[in-house]
Write a protein that binds this ligand. Structure first.
Ligand code: SAM
Ligand code: SF4
Length: 333
């Protein structure tokens, strides 16, 4: 895959530089997490989904425009057939490569991911109790995910971070256990406030809302959290504990709006360039990709122009019907 020679920086109307992309490689998943999907989902027909070659082309176009970090996500990226082939291609681009995964395939795939060029892994885990884990993912097996995390830790990536969506009455009583687990494994952990994406019937999002400040208070019962100025490319605010290398992060779309520092855009597996997680502003890249298959410069022109559509911020309201009807598995979290 050619890396383009043109090096433009992507900047939006509010002066924010976009140097980070999240590419969804599938909308499908082997789990049905209660906050992410409805129990019965209809997935995209294959014809609407970008091919692996098209996804790689999109990645190369963005890197040619100055993007420095690529995250592959989904749905569950590791259930897409031949995903390692894609990862090998994207891994050769001049950008840091990370993956967000539910961990179900990691035991078998961690070695290949590392050799394909993955630098960082985010692994989602919301409970350490097998029955509850099953309830929250509807289909997931905790033991499989724990074995996957273990394998990834042993192989050693530049960074491994756990992601936990905290919901009152569902898993807020496990916050400290999850911190202990992260400390023992020597990995970081971020706690996420649930976002109102897609219509779910499982729980009332306003009722289970657990703010990052509440999560922080729970952790402070055992550990003093010291704020750091450390940032990764993402929206996490990080804290350290005195006696551990593990960092605790908070992703707080409701309580600490991070839009002014937003440096990213997303591409869905249909090739829709989404300018904001909490808004519908988007541009169809698939049309350009399919009409002009090898014209990367044309694709780049479309991307550069799309930056003008990036909204200033998201407005999430948990008491309203979701303003964003797409589920998180479409968006690529
Ligand atoms: N399947 C992979 C996984 O679960 O890690 C990658 C895709 S998933 C959509 C990416 C992240 O989004 C996960 O950490 C998940 O917990 C989070 N997520 C999904 N739905 C969410 C929601 N409604 N609010 C906040 N985070 C959500
Ligand atoms: Fe699948 Fe990830 Fe959504 Fe859970 S959060 S249903 S693992 S895409």
């Amino acid at each position: 895959m050619p890396n383009t020679s043109k090096h433009t920086t992507l900047v939006d109307r509010f002066g924010r530089t976009v140097d980070y992309i999240r590419l969804s490689v599938t909308d499908r998943c082997d789990f049905r997490c209660v906050y992410c999907m409805a129990e019965n989902m209809t997935f995209l027909p294959h014809a609407q989904v970008l091919s692996l070659e098209e996804i790689e082309q999109v990645a190369a176009a963005f890197v040619g425009l100055g993007v420095k970090k690529i995250r592959l996500t989904g749905g569950e990226p590791l259930v897409r057939r031949d995903v390692i082939k894609l990862i090998r291609g994207v891994g050769q681009l001049d950008a840091e490569l990370s993956i967000t995964t539910n961990g179900s395939q990691l035991l078998d795939m961690a070695t290949d991911l590392k050799s394909a060029g993955v630098n960082r892994l985010n692994i989602s885990i919301d409970s350490l109790r097998a029955d509850r884990f099953k309830e929250m993912t509807r289909t997931g097996k905790l033991a499989q995910v724990l074995a996957g995390i273990d394998a990834a830790v042993k192989i050693g990536f530049d960074r491994i971070k756990l992601n936990t969506v905290v919901m009152k009455g569902r898993n807020d009583d496990e916050v400290l256990d999850l911190v202990e687990y992260a400390r023992d494994a020597g990995v970081d952990i971020s706690f996420i406030e649930e976002m109102p994406l897609g219509n779910i019937s499982e729980h009332d999002r306003a009722k289970v809302y657990c703010s990052s400040d509440e999560v922080s208070a729970l952790i402070s019962e055992r550990y003093q959290l010291e704020p750091t100025t450390e940032r990764t490319a993402g929206p996490s605010r990080y804290y350290r504990m005195q006696d551990s290398e593990s960092r605790v992060g908070f992703i707080s779309p409701h309580s600490h709006n991070f839009c002014s520092e937003c440096n990213r855009v997303r591409v869905t597996v249909e090739g829709r360039l989404l300018l904001c997680l909490g808004n519908e502003h988007s541009v169809d890249l698939r049309e350009t990709l399919r009409q002009y298959p090898d014209d990367i410069e044309r694709l780049q022109q479309v991307i550069v122009k799309a930056m003008d559509l990036k909204p200033e911020k998201h407005e999430f309201d948990l008491d309203e019907e979701p303003q964003i009807v797409r589920f998180m598995n479409m968006t690529g979290g």
